[in-house]
Design a binder for this molecule. Structure first.
Ligand code: HPA
Length: 265
């Protein structure tokens, strides 16, 4: 791999990236359906942008076509994926405005298509998740964020709920006992499919609120979107700097995860 081809998957409140030059909209057909993306350039690198919830935030977390999204990135020969995810924070000291560069996840989803491997291959595929997020892409986010003076937290455990409701305080209390740091609704199966496809993938978790019961106030979607909107210029700077910070020609084990991924998709 020479210059890496980088994709950004924008979560709630992240619907475009203004640093991209020569932007054009593209549609990619996959066997799971179509994905709409923007293609552009940044500092000589090809960059793709995908709004996870659709352009106008129309798709709820449990109905996102994660397989089409990741299959489309694979078809575009993407090397590295930088995803953003609004999250609730389980710790008072992990404040809104910080960026948790998560390194573990717990899957608490219930009914989403969760794999590319449904047995049609004629064999069973079990994928290694000893290191769930790409160390190279994580390192690039951390380096970029620190150089910008942003509040970067290196490592954290993300728990993915099914949503679309927020959690109960009892659930959050249980998650705390499990060692969870942040809670959200979209990272699974995005992270697992990325690994199954052999893509290098990292997530910038963005605390927009304290989780239920940590905050005494009711949670609202509006507060999540307002926090994301406020953060958006700084977040764009972080994403642009990360795109530039990914080492050309890097190698890591993520690609091995895609060894069984069908060639012609
Ligand atoms: N819970 C789940 N998902 C979220 C939250 C939350 O508190 N905040 C932003 N996304």
């Amino acid at each position: 791999m020479g210059n890496p081809r980088v994709a950004v998957i924008g979560g709630s409140g992240v619907y475009e990236q203004s640093f991209m030059d020569n932007e054009q909209e593209i549609k990619v057909e996959t066997r799971f359906g179509a994905a709409i993306l923007k293609k552009g350039q940044y500092r000589g690198r090809t960059v793709f942008f995908m709004a996870r919830h659709g352009g106008g935030h129309t798709l709820p977390p449990h109905l996102i076509n994660y397989r089409a999204n990741i299959a489309a990135l694979k078809k575009l020969n993407v090397d590295a994926v930088i995803a953003t995810a609004a999250v609730g924070s389980l710790h008072r000291q992990v404040t809104p405005g910080s960026r948790v560069i998560i390194d573990q996840f717990i899957d608490f989803t219930k009914q989403r298509p969760l794999t590319f491997y449904e047995g049609e291959e004629g064999f069973v595929v079990h994928t290694d998740f000893s290191e769930p997020y790409c160390p190279e892409v994580r390192a690039a986010v951390i380096k970029a964020g620190l150089s910008l003076g942003q509040n970067i937290i290196d490592g954290g455990c993300y728990l993915c709920t099914e949503g679309p409701r927020f959690e109960t305080p009892a659930e959050i209390k249980m998650f705390m006992n499990w060692g969870v740091d942040v809670v959200g609704m979209t990272n699974v199966p995005e992270v697992t499919l990325a690994r199954e496809a052999g893509l290098c993938y990292a997530t910038i978790a963005l605390p927009t609120n304290y989780a239920a019961g940590v905050s005494e106030l009711p949670l609202t979607q509006d507060e999540v979107l307002k926090a994301m909107e406020k953060d958006s210029p700084e977040l764009e700077k972080l994403i642009a700097a990360t795109v530039a910070a990914i080492n050309p020609g890097f190698y890591c084990l993520c690609r091995e995860g895609g060894n069984n991924y069908p060639k012609e998709q």
